[in-house]
Design a protein around this ligand. Structure first.
Ligand code: ZN
Length: 335
């Protein structure tokens, strides 16, 4: 089979030929229909997950069709469409039982810890597959598993309520979908970004106000919304982490989604006086994937802004470059 290998940090993807993988007990071989390319792939390429993860076949947001099943697999048959949940955590372990398998210290991630779906086929544990209740366009199904599931998880942690004000900082692949999910959940959504194009997208996806952050983000954000109940910080910047905490309203929940290695500063009084919660949101769970698929099938989720750049597998490097240059929110590779 054909696959794309990331041979080492800072290196381009290389096309490779691999033997067709054989599913073991409890495993399923999936013919990959589509796989999204996102910032995590750039992070992997930069050695961000650790240089010991490379060489690796990337690809963690994928959809496909079951091609073969290993011994002991029940409930899946060749021809079934599946969304691939990228995390493999022991299904009987305490974290999976609590519905928080994304936090299992023993988890492995497809496309990071084990080879992923920048390939014609991938073998996965059957318990990581999610069955859509009706057929879904493969590129759409692929991006639902990350670009939509990540902000969905973050809004779930924030306990966003109808009628509340949600401020979304950073309108990229994650933030744009936070806007439409927040709107769907009945919130008044304010979108903040540097780019006018991103703000236009946020308006189209349901933001009732937009703000260009610029040089003095706290002042600009305060002008745009008065003490938001929930702030989703998707921009991966310590300055904006601080801005998110500064502008949140009394009882506010600040959810950090965009990862940054930089330190940010706050004071206990800043949190105590307003009873702020600062919450980290890591990825998403299998349940999040199933629920965003349902939302999509119910017509509640726009995906055209995520699947505008579909490329053949061989153009993986061009897809990474498009993302790095900010020309697209997502690319989708089709083997
Ligand atoms: Zn991703």
């Amino acid at each position: 089979m054909r696959a794309l290998l990331l041979p080492g940090p800072g290196r381009p993807l290389e096309p490779v030929e691999r033997p067709l993988p054989v599913p073991g007990p409890g495993e399923v071989r999936v013919r990959v229909q589509a796989c999204g390319v996102c910032g995590s792939d750039l992070f992997l390429q930069a050695g961000g997950f650790g240089t010991d993860k490379l060489p690796r076949v990337p690809g963690h947001e994928a959809a496909g069709v079951v091609d073969a099943t290993g011994p002991g697999v029940a409930g899946w048959a060749p021809g079934d469409q599946a969304a691939l949940y990228y995390i493999d955590a022991a299904p009987d372990g305490p974290w999976s039982r609590a519905g928080r398998e994304n936090l299992d210290p023993e988890l492995t991630r497809m496309g990071v810890d084990v080879d992923g779906a920048f390939a014609e086929y991938v073998v996965r544990p059957a318990h990581t597959l999610v069955r859509p209740p009706a057929p879904v366009d493969p590129a759409v199904l692929a991006v639902l598993t990350d670009a939509v599931a990540t902000p969905y998880h973050a809004l779930r942690l924030a306990r966003l309520q109808p009628g509340e004000t949600l401020l979304v900082i950073g309108i990229g692949g994650i933030g744009s979908n936070a806007v439409q999910l927040g709107r769907h959940l009945g919130a008044h959504v304010v979108a903040a970004s540097r780019g006018a194009e991103k703000l236009a997208l946020a308006e189209r996806l349901g933001a009732s106000a937009v703000v260009a952050t610029g040089d003095d983000p706290v002042a600009r954000l305060r002008e745009a919304c008065d003490g938001p109940d929930v702030v989703l910080q998707c921009a991966g910047s310590a300055a904006l982490d601080e801005a998110a905490i500064a502008v949140a309203g009394p009882g506010g929940r600040v959810v950090l989604v965009g990862a940054s290695q930089e330190r940010f500063a706050t004071r206990s009084v800043d949190l105590i006086w307003r009873e702020l919660s600062v919450i980290g949101s890591r990825g998403f769970t299998r349940r999040d994937v199933a629920e965003v698929i349902d939302l999509h099938l119910a017509g509640a989720i726009a995906t055209d802004h995520l699947v505008g750049a579909v490329r053949p597998l061989e153009q993986g490097n061009a897809a990474l470059e498009d993302l790095r240059a900010g020309r697209v929110l997502r690319s989708v590779l089709v083997p």
